[in-house]
Design a protein around this ligand. Sequence first.
Ligand SMILES: O=C[C@H](O)[C@H](O)[C@H](O)COP(=O)(O)O
Length: 233
Amino acid sequence: MSDADALKREAAARALEYVRSGMKLGLGTGSTAKHFVDLLAKRVEEGLEVVGVPTSEATRVQAESLGVPLGTLDEHPVLDLCIDGADEVGPDLSLIKGGGGALLREKIVASASRQMIVIADASKKVERLGAFPLPIEVVDFGVAAIRRGIDRAARAAGCEGLLTLRRRADGHVFVTDQGHLILDAAYHSIADPQALAAQLSSVPGVVEHGLFINLASRVILAGAGGVTVIDRA
Ligand SMILES: O=C[C@H](O)[C@H](O)[C@H](O)COP(=O)(O)O
């Protein structure tokens, strides 16, 4: 296991301390959330009773293969706790998510959860969001027009940057679990995430964006010096 991976697992292990028997859990997506699901499965084997609602097909397949009981948001519209990774964590615990393309289901699940705990290695903590390209999920219709709409909206929030259509490693266009496309926006530095979020949400054809504001209640960061837990003020 690489050093970064060991830190991700450490953060995931700490998050498990907040899980109680009987809880309905949102299960995040990505390499850090994968560690959490793995550790959770071991606790389930030992008798912990939980129901997980996965935020992606990848997480569903992993959790299912490890024997974690799963349900849907239709069966459980309110979840006790959602545990997920992040691509960037800002000072007020606002986040950029969607590096793995799961932002839409992740945001729906996080919004349906009483609490969201973000787990990450300490390198994800930033002074200002935006160095990580912001994923924007769009419908597969009129993408050139949607791009123009996004550019206009972003400028109104003080952001400008190249939009890149996400592709898979094999060169094919990346399609999300919901059948949409992703434009990765290189804004570099987002001065007002709330304003940008509102602007992007107003563009027809934008399904969701990777700015998660006022959703994370707690962030667990694992770094060389140990684990830090930060609660939203
Ligand atoms: O779409 C993917 C998610 O938002 C991930 O939680 C995020 O990209 C962080 O992933 P990782 O834990 O692999 O860095």
